[in-house]
Design a protein around this ligand. Sequence first.
Ligand code: VGL
Ligand code: ZN
Length: 211
Amino acid sequence: METTTKDVFIIIDVQNDFCPDGALAVTDGDAVVPVINSIAARFVNVIATQDWHPHGHASFASTHDDKSPFEVLEFPYGPQVLWPDHCVQETPGAAFHKGLDIPHLQTIVRKGYNREIDSYSAFLENDHATPTGLAGYLRTRGIERVFLAGLATDFCVQFSALDACTEGFETIVIPDACRAIDLDGSLDAAMTAMQRAGVRFMESSDILSSG
Ligand code: VGL
Ligand code: ZN
């Protein structure tokens, strides 16, 4: 397909901790790397998000007494899944996978740096109120269409896609360039929620086909 300067490809959290042997490993997470490299080559505008938590982040089970990873705890902004410590600022787990090869990457949006609020979405933190600034950045640059891929389908990709729709961008997720955590059916729920919100889905082969 043809992409234009009004399109952006947003790569979500392709970081070591979400890849095999990482602290919050997503099954087959590293399989997205070559696909994402190929897709990125088709876009002028490419940005990436980086999950970037301080030590003692509120989303870490270890921050709370008697809590285990993957339990859900009620936070001021609603239910929050507790995770293993992951993507701690400046640790190797927080670094991008070394196979990512995107010399024209324009911007890195870090998120989850607020100790008390998790941030799945690239646009809004999990209180659904605190903006990262990405919507303004994209609008200022004249972006109208957002393509998304990365990790994990059912958390950071899903919430980024839903917020991109709400922000008025035409939103396309590329599921074969994503992998899911899939807690208790969260992948099916995410696909349904995205579809209902008006997110479109495309295969990487559709993006990579010429013409
Ligand atoms: C993510 C859980 C916690 C993600 C980030 O990138 O999907 N999931 N932090
Ligand atoms: Zn995180």
